[in-house]
Design a protein around this ligand. Structure first.
Ligand SMILES: [Mg+2]
Length: 330
């Protein structure tokens, strides 16, 4: 397997070895403003002025999480960074640093790893300026796997949990709903040949539906809005990874309340079920003005679970890594 489908570079990870590959990758990685000791020692040292640290990790495995026929190595670096930065933002924190572990087949061109590094760097620069990569590991596997651990700074604020929504709060969202799932649906339907993911077919889909496909392959979550929401009084928050319906139920359950969404404000079934947008879902007291970037889509009410227009919504559509895609996002 080769992960750079268009390249004929002959120097692979297996040929040049780990140290030489790392020498080529390091200069491409973004440095973190909070880095005290960066790559090159046994471990990195990261500043923690708040004396607490937000930590999260997310794994991407070829097959269940991405297809090399659809995602370029650059896309993979971008998305791996974006999804991790988003989980930090969802706590109301500012992302500071990433640690990146990659296992790749020995025949992977080093240029593909350089492209992954470029995607990581440009996502950090675009979505969370000041954040960067402070360390990582490179190993060999038959299945390309990217694992990122991300760190964040609460800057003295309380973390925004899923459990803080109170009856009467406004439910609001920042970022798109259902767009990444629309991209995935298009790729599954049209980016295939004989049922298998196909690079040329995917390129055709991307040319016709650039926004939806980009939202799936290179999501640009509203990272800075996590801090904005925290400063604006958010009582609960998470990022929409598995779909609005599933994730809204998580807030409802954690908070011991029900979330009642307006179908008019949300859009429709595709917006309710579509995952992977990494938009921020937050609740705010009725007394505060919604921070810039957020729009109201519902209310917190007495009860449990999710309601739409006051009626219980029990559809289970969304993304589940074990069950696969079971939504009706079309
Ligand atoms: Mg999350």
């Amino acid at each position: 397997m080769t992960i750079d489908r268009e390249s004929d570079h002959r120097d692979t990870l297996g040929e040049v070895g780990e140290l030489n590959a790392l020498t080529r990758i390091f200069p491409r990685l973004p440095s973190a403003a909070a880095e005290l000791i960066g790559p090159g020692d046994d471990a990195a040292v990261l500043a923690a002025p708040d004396k607490r640290m937000v930590i999260t990790t997310d794994m991407m495995i070829h097959g269940p999480d991405f297809r090399l026929a659809w995602s370029s190595p650059y896309d993979l670096g971008w998305k791996a960074a974006a999804t991790n930065l988003s989980d930090v933002a969802a706590m109301g924190a500012v992302p500071t640093a990433l640690v990146v572990a990659i296992a790749a087949p020995a025949d992977t061109p080093v240029s593909s790893l350089e492209a992954i590094a470029d995607g990581l760097r440009e996502a950090c620069e675009a979505l969370a300026p000041g954040s960067g990569v402070i360390g990582g590991d490179l190993s060999v596997s038959t299945v390309l796997t990217i694992v990122i651990t991300a760190f964040g700074d609460l800057e003295g604020r309380a973390p925004v949990l899923r459990s803080g929504a109170r009856v009467g709060d406004v439910v609001a969202v920042s970022g798109p709903l259902g767009r990444a799932a629309e991209g995935l649906r298009l790729l599954f339907n049209e980016g295939v040949v004989d049922g298998e993911p196909d690079a040329a077919a995917a390129a055709e889909v991307a040319a016709q539906h650039p926004e939806a496909v980009a939202a799936q392959l290179r999501p640009a979550p509203p990272i800075a809005d996590g801090k904005t929401a925290s400063l604006g009084g958010a009582t609960a928050m998470l990022d929409l990874s598995d779909g609005l319906a599933i994730d809204a139920r998580r807030v409802a359950t954690a908070s011991g309340v029900a979330l009642d969404l307006s179908s008019e404000a949300v859009g429709g079934r595709a917006q309710l079920d579509g995952g992977e947008d990494h938009s921020l879902l937050a609740t705010f007291p009725q007394s505060v003005e919604l921070p810039v970037g957020f729009r109201a889509i519902g209310r917190v009410v007495d009860g449990e679970g999710l309601l739409v227009d006051g009626v219980a919504y029990t559809e289970r559509g969304g993304w589940d890594p074990y069950a696969g895609w079971n939504g009706a996002a079309g």
